[in-house]
Design a protein around this ligand. Structure first.
Ligand code: C2E
Ligand code: CA
Ligand code: CA
Length: 397
């Protein structure tokens, strides 16, 4: 990144900036030494010296205030300027909570220094900056309150699992169910997983949430199992990437399985390729341990990610789940059809079975049966529903 930036060279004794200057950049010292001076009781005093790789003038990056120190080169010095524009671009992409925190710390630092005056808004640019600051505060508050809400929801039993049938293509009978989380928010109503899982993942809350899901699915399994009609019934639980990079997950899963007397072979764990790409070694180790427990692994959303053949060979995957993105348009797209057919053939040649996701119509289901797909999931077979509603739908009278 810094290769693109210019360098500034100062001779020994040369001033880099002085108190009162307006600054729009910090400096990273590539080579040399600088000395920092402040004025105490009217007398300029040396307060620090800095050398290679240290940074100074950083406060100017975030506020529009004049410099509060004078800096001179103590010897020939090469500096890399870090301009406000660059930092603003980087900050723009960073987490709003961290950005907000940084600005609050800076404001406190400024007020401690006695510089409490907030710049009066007089230009369009200043107004824009003030608006951005307000928007950032709002974004940070919203994110924090969502994170807090997830924690509260866990203790207040606001989460619920819905189950969607996964059916045998040949006879349409239920082979298993996939557990899908829902959040019954006290004021917002039902929140779908995609609206909160990303934050749970970012904040680490996903680990507790993941264990809750597993616990609940194992607890519900004896009831769910009655609605299946297959020699190897299963319940599928989604594991998030960060769960698969936490070594303790195997012990946690083991404890949950034992607590509920869950037959391990009837628990299927669904994961996406993300974790195999980002943390290949640790994910492989954890997956192998889960297989040793007796559970099986399904590769979710196949076709949307990296889909490296290498992953299919290297990881202990028993099931390939073809993403809805290929299934839904299949009948109208030769390309989707070919991708689906070759994925099914590939999975079978590697000894895996295949679940096609997002089957919404009978025609698509019939086609997939012709293509030798093993299992199907989608609205055609049944939408996800709460356990009590499944009882109404499937209970044998
Ligand atoms: P997914 O694992 O790919 O789950 C399938 C999604 O497709 C579900 O969305 C399901 O409701 C939806 N679906 C099923 N059949 C059809 C269909 O025929 N047509 C259409 N249009 N959609 C269909 P949902 O429940 O909103 O879940 C979204 C994603 O959230 C899941 O995608 C999964 O990645 C994640 N997720 C859900 N529950 C959990 C959980 O407990 N833990 C973790 N880590 N992730 C979860
Ligand atoms: Ca899934
Ligand atoms: Ca999926």
């Amino acid at each position: 990144m810094f290769d693109e930036l210019d360098r500034e060279v100062f001779a020994a004794g040369e001033q880099i900036f002085k108190i009162g200057d307006t600054g729009d950049c910090a400096y990273l010292i590539e080579k040399g030494l600088v000395e920092v001076f402040v004025v105490i009781q009217g007398v300029e005093q040396l307060v620090s010296s800095m050398g290679k790789d240290e940074m100074f003038g950083e406060i100017a990056l975030i506020d529009q205030q004049p410099r509060t120190a004078t800096v001179r080169a103590a010897e020939k010095t090469v500096l890399v300027p870090v301009r406000r524009k660059l930092v603003e671009n980087l900050l723009e992409k960073s987490d709003p909570i961290l950005r907000h925190l940084l600005l609050v710390v800076l404001e406190r630092f400024r007020s401690k220094q006695g510089n409490t005056s907030k710049p009066a808004i007089s230009t369009v640019a200043e107004q824009e900056q003030s608006d951005r600051r307000s928007a950032l505060k709002g974004e940070a508050t919203q994110k924090l309150s969502l994170a807090h809400g997830i924690t509260r929801a866990l203790t207040h039993e606001e989460f619920q699992l819905y189950y969607q049938p996964i059916c045998n293509m040949t006879d349409g009978h239920i082979a298993g169910f996939e557990a899908l989380i829902r959040w019954h928010h006290p004021t917002e109503g039902v929140i779908p997983p995609m609206d909160f899982l990303w934050l749970a993942e970012q904040t680490g809350l996903i680990r507790d949430l993941g264990l809750w899901t597993l616990e609940r699915a194992c607890r519900d399994w004896p009831v769910l199992r009655q609605y299946t009609c297959y020699e190897h019934p299963f319940v599928s639980v989604n594991l998030s990437p960060s769960q698969l990079t936490c070594e303790s997950v195997v012990d946690d899963i083991h404890a949950i399985i034992a607590r509920h007397n869950m037959p391990t072979t009837e628990l299927k764990l669904e994961l996406t390729e993300t974790v195999m790409v980002e943390h290949p070694e640790i994910a492989l180790r954890i997956l192998n341990k889960l297989i040793e427990l007796g559970s099986s692994v399904a590769l979710d959303d196949y076709g949307t990610g990296h889909s490296g053949l290498e992953h299919l060979q290297r990881y202990p995957i028993g099931t390939l789940k073809l993403d809805r993105a290929f299934i839904a348009p299949m009948l109208g797209s030769t390309q989707s059809m070919q991708i689906v057919q070759s994925s099914i053939d590939l999975a079978h040649s590697l000894g895996m079975n295949v679940v096609a996701e997002g089957i919404e119509t009978k025609d698509v289901g019939d086609k997939l049966l012709d293509m030798k797909c093993d299992f199907g999931q989608g609205w055609h077979f049944g939408r996800p529903a709460a356990l009590k509603d499944l009882a109404l739908r499937y209970a044998k009278s």
